[in-house]
Design a binder for this molecule. Structure first.
Ligand code: COA
Length: 597
């Protein structure tokens, strides 16, 4: 039986539950465990309900899981919100018996079979340590003693995170850890079975958060210009990049708005360098006109959209998968765009590199749809082989002066069989060209004749005609032990973070004997119609779970294929949990809903 434990810290924004979760994640990784974190907090800097959850296992973890075994409730709100999730055997560590703002209903807890330990986190922080802000470290001291979490890693984290605040802050936090440890030693009799294992052989992994993985991917892909306007939850992509690409002759620019950011990316890419921006929903809305320019002028550009709850300001820190329409078809006119989406932190890294490869190859904007939950999620991923990745990077076909090409023969927008023509860059190429948003002829001069318009429109669309066939690696098939020609009970198509959650649900169902065919497309647009029709043909029911109201990918499927999927939508600002998808599949298979028969 695999070790699989989830510890949740919940309290008020400003009480340090995020740091408590991060420190615990590091401790688990130090022990050699796999980790997946889930964090959620309000848009306010202080106040409101915040949580940080760490799932750890000695086996590969696919999702944040269904719930938790251990809850640290820092205040009454955290207790109330999580009360419905307290199951028999769950451990509740609460801020009491004195100094906190609540007391749990002991009779109810007992009846439920919940194990409750009182640790006066607030009181010890205030009275014994003398600093309320160290409440989270009192909790971690208690956690270390109760659940065998290595205290040395907590101490290292205190030094690494708080040294910049002064040695006295570090010392206070050490004292807070001790206060938590001593309280448990002197007051609590452990009756739960949860203990982290002893240290296992170290794995060759690096710990990355979602946005950090995007930044690293961009740097490895050779991104030299990053321009963005700060917006939650995308801002940290630029923060991380500024630490990396400045050292590699790169350039990070905080623009005055998203329109300007996108214009900078287009300008930089026109000049011959790889360029990227990162934003969230409202920023994508503002960039639409410029994304159209990148399509029309055939300029490679990578646009990261860290989706959040919309429309408008919506829910800036919350999960949503509802920018697919905006990413794929949000602009006016018929433009070429590629939309891809990662399903976990590791793919945030590898697919960012892929986004640059696609942009360079097809000379168009590539929209990278990640999301708020994934932006903050931490995973330990196998250390990438940077040299090997870089040896396979795709770079645009550029005509340079040393190629001795007759300038009179060069046509930037030459009509070719693939639609793709060699590119030019100022100073590097033997000839300049005008990259314009106006319709143009092969030589780039503005033209509006019906003949030119028709030929150029067809040329641009030809570039993406075979994108599905040319990028099979962007389609992840998961057929389990289905034999050739064997019918599945159900087919499932899932994208983005929902795909990794779906995978866990499907693993559980296969153990129960269900036959399931699944497709996790990373390429969302142009819609991979052949793969979708194939997976749907393997069963009588096709399910598409998505964290949006309208079922945006399911509707694209209806638009571009003959498949009529069953939609399963949530829109509550939180991702699915595997149990929901598991239950939905069981319900559909049980009812034998034959939708696309
Ligand atoms: N000793 C000293 N300092 C401590 C500490 C301790 N024991 N524990 C935490 N802190 C500090 C942290 O270092 C952090 O300060 P920093 O930002 O200077 O590093 C601060 O206290 C908050 O602690 P942290 O653990 O990071 O978060 P939290 O659980 O208290 O939650 C947030 C705070 C994350 C919810 C909040 O700050 C936030 O960012 N909200 C979202 C804002 C946003 O993006 N809005 C959208 C606008 S559109």
């Amino acid at each position: 039986m695999a070790f699989d434990l989830t510890i949740k810290f919940a309290g008020e924004g400003g009480e340090g539950v995020i740091s408590a979760g991060d420190f615990t994640m590091r401790a688990a990784t130090y022990l050699g465990l796999e980790v997946v974190t889930f964090k959620s907090f309000p848009a306010e800097i202080k106040g409101g309900y915040a949580l940080s959850q760490v799932r750890m296992s000695d086996e590969k973890i696919l999702s944040q899981g269904d719930g938790f075994q251990i809850l640290f409730a820092f205040n009454g709100e955290a207790y109330e919100v999580n009360k419905p999730l307290l199951k028999p055997g769950t451990v509740l560590v609460w801020d009491g018996p004195e100094g906190g703002d609540f007391e749990p209903e002991f009779d109810w807890l007992e009846k439920q079979g919940v194990i409750a330990y009182a640790v006066p986190m607030s009181k010890l922080a205030r009275e014994e340590v003398g600093a309320y802000i160290t409440k989270n470290m009192v909790a971690l001291g208690a956690a270390s003693e109760l659940f065998n979490i290595p205290i040395d890693v907590y101490k290292e984290q205190i030094v690494s995170k708080f040294s910049k605040k002064g040695q006295d802050v570090v010392e206070l936090n050490f004292r807070a850890l001790d206060a938590g440890i001593n309280w448990v030693k002197n007051n609590i009799k452990k009756v739960d079975p949860y203990r982290l294992p002893e240290r296992m052989p170290r794995k060759d992994v690096i710990i990355l958060e979602g946005n950090e993985a995007i930044a690293l991917g961009a740097a490895v892909a050779g991104c030299k210009v990053f321009a963005a306007y700060p917006i939650t939850p995308a801002t940290t992509v630029g923060n991380y990049l500024s630490e990396i690409i400045l050292k590699a002759n790169g350039y990070v620019y905080q623009a005055e708005d998203e329109i300007s950011s996108m214009a900078i990316v287009i300008g930089a890419s026109f000049s011959g360098v790889k360029a990227m921006t990162a934003t969230s929903g409202p920023g994508i809305s503002l960039m639409q006109e410029l994304i159209g320019l990148a399509s029309m002028a055939e300029i490679p550009a990578v646009i990261v959209d860290v989706q959040r709850g919309g429309p408008s300001t919506g829910m800036p820190t919350k999960h949503d998968q509802a920018d697919l329409y905006a990413a794929a078809i949000g602009g006016h006119g018929d433009g070429q765009r590629i939309v891809i989406a990662p399903t976990n932190v590791e793919e945030n890294f590898y697919l960012t590199i892929e986004a640059f490869n696609l942009a360079e190859r097809y000379q168009c904007p590539v929209l990278f749809l990640t999301d708020a939950s994934l932006s903050l999620r931490a995973e330990a991923i196998p250390t990438p082989n940077i040299k090997e990745i870089q040896s396979k990077l795709i770079n645009r076909p550029l005509i340079t002066k040393d190629m001795n090409v007759d300038p009179n023969e060069i046509l930037r927008y030459k009509v070719t069989e693939t639609g793709i023509a060699p590119m030019l860059a100022p100073g590097v190429s033997p000839k300049p060209y005008a990259a314009t948003g106006l319709e143009h002829g092969e030589d780039s001069s503005p033209r509006t004749s019906p003949d030119v318009r028709t030929r150029m429109m067809e040329k641009r669309f030809r570039k993406l005609k075979n994108i599905e066939d040319e990028n099979q690696h962007l389609l992840e098939w998961d057929l389990g032990d289905l034999q050739e020609g064997e019918k599945a009970d159900i087919s499932v198509i899932a994208w983005g973070l929902t795909a990794s959650i779906t995978k866990e649900a499907i693993q559980r169902l296969r153990k129960k004997g269900y036959k399931i065919a699944a497709l996790y497309p990373k390429l969302l647009y142009p819609v991979p119609a052949k793969a979708i029709e194939k997976i749907a043909s393997m069963s009588d029911i096709t399910l598409v779970p998505e964290a949006n109201y309208t079922g945006q990918f399911a509707r694209f499927i209806r638009m571009y294929t003959n498949v009529k999927p069953v939609q399963f939508n949530i829109y509550r600002g939180e991702p699915f949990i595997p149990a929901e998808i598991e239950a939905k599949i069981e319900e559909l298979v049980g009812n034998k809903v034959k939708v696309n028969a």
